[in-house]
Design a protein around this ligand. Structure first.
Ligand code: NAG
Ligand code: NAG
Ligand code: NAG
Ligand code: NAG
Length: 343
């Protein structure tokens, strides 16, 4: 075969590939016969930085939540808080429980991608962040991640760790997540809203949902409009749901589609408790219509919801560019949220 023919074949094959896009190839995963996946791409990880003598503006450390289930969290603290804790003007900081993204199948609390974001979040909002390492699908399908997420809240209220007991204001707690983590924050928020007494002294004040990942069988118009988005193609989100929802469930499951559950009861809890819900989305993200729909449904149930739907940016812009404009808007909104929900 001549070189030019080889080149032609390669071009032809790659052209054919782009029309029938293979979500496994896109995600660099292989589905194993036993239902697990092999993740061919290793996402970079960053070690925690607990040293109080370092010059870092934000310190972090990893703590075990439940050794029998192998769950843990990375805790972040503004270094300033540690240095000034003996001053008389010292006040405890709001606490953000953060759930990372990755379609329920990727990343960990120590992934560099999310670590770098959490450092900015902590530095710019002056809060204590607990980034929860939850079990991933398909090895652990939903609701495993929700169980871990809720367990983390109970752990926070009982741990004797000084970074939390000393520096965090338990009565000023927020659940936050990005993408799949936004879905987790929402779903664990519904669960937590139904058992607030059991979470004392942790008191949730709001949910911060950053481009949360929701789905449904019927396509929305943004999903149709952006079906060929190269950042988050439709076959990829479909596969993520297939790998993470309970076996046999379709995308109209209540975990993926909050509007099918006549979610009113959960919504009513959120309304009654006076939680503030902020939802961030951008028009270059195929998921935006579902994010807007959720905000509207909450509004219909008279919840305090604030939708921030702006710009043509794509899915992942807030975490992917943690020092740029969209992320800065997010931190500023969170700072305002801290002030307006204080009592
Ligand atoms: C499933 O299969 C993969 C690949 O063959 C293997 O590495 C893994 O250990 C298996 N896991 C279980 C739980 O059997
Ligand atoms: C990240 O966490 C995993 C356990 O989930 C651990 O095996 C790995 O060593 C950690 N990496 C770093 C750099 O902390
Ligand atoms: C905190 O104090 C340590 C020394 O104990 C110092 O190295 C560090 O720069 C200080 N950091 C901040 C943010 O104040
Ligand atoms: C997406 O790509 C397919 C195949 O190339 C094409 O048929 C379809 O019209 C495209 N859809 C949009 C919304 O661009």
């Amino acid at each position: 075969m001549s070189l030019s023919l080889i080149v032609f074949s390669l071009l032809f094959l790659s052209g054919a590939h782009s029309t029938a896009m293979d979500p496994y190839k896109f995600l660099h995963i292989i589905l194993n016969p036993n239902g697990t996946i092999t993740r061919l791409e290793k996402h970079p990880e960053t070690p925690a930085t607990p040293d109080p003598n370092s010059h870092l503006p934000v310190l972090s450390k990893d703590l075990t939540i439940n050794p029998s289930r192998n769950t843990w969290a990375r805790i972040y603290l503004p270094h300033q808080a540690l240095n000034h804790s003996s001053s008389s003007s010292f006040t405890q900081l709001p606490i953000i429980v953060f759930y990372h993204g990755g379609g329920f199948i990727f990343y960990a609390a120590n992934s560099t991608y999310f670590h770098d974001f959490c450092v900015q979040l902590v530095q710019r909002t002056q809060s204590v962040v607990v980034s929860v390492n939850y079990h991933l699908a398909p090895e652990h399908r939903l609701p495993a991640a929700y169980d871990d997420a809720l367990e983390a809240l109970h752990w926070i209220r009982t741990t004797e760790d000084k970074w939390l007991t000393r520096f965090a204001d338990y009565s000023n707690c927020y659940l936050m997540g990005e993408s799949a983590g936004g879905n987790i924050a929402y779903n664990v928020g519904l669960r937590a809203a139904a058992e607030v007494d059991q979470l004392e002294p942790v008191k949730i004040k709001g949910l911060i949902l950053v481009q949360p990942f929701f789905g449904g069988v019927k396509r929305t118009s943004s999903e149709e409009r952006l079906a060929n988005d190269t950042n988050l193609p439709q076959p990829v989100t479909d596969l993520m749901w297939e790998l993470s929802l309970p076996v046999g469930a379709d995308r109209d499951h209540k975990y993926s589609n909050p509007t099918v559950d006549k979610g009113s009861k959960g919504f009513d809890h959120i309304t009654r408790l006076g939680w503030k819900v902020i939802v961030f989305g951008c028009y270059g993200d195929p998921l935006i219509d579902r994010q807007i729909d959720l905000a509207k449904s909450l509004q219909k149930h008279h919840a305090h919801v604030e939708g921030h739907f702006q710009g043509e940016d794509k899915h992942g812009v807030f975490v992917g560019q943690p020092t740029k404009g969209k992320a800065i808007e997010l931190y500023d909104t969170i700072k305002t949220l801290f002030i307006t929900t204080q009592n």
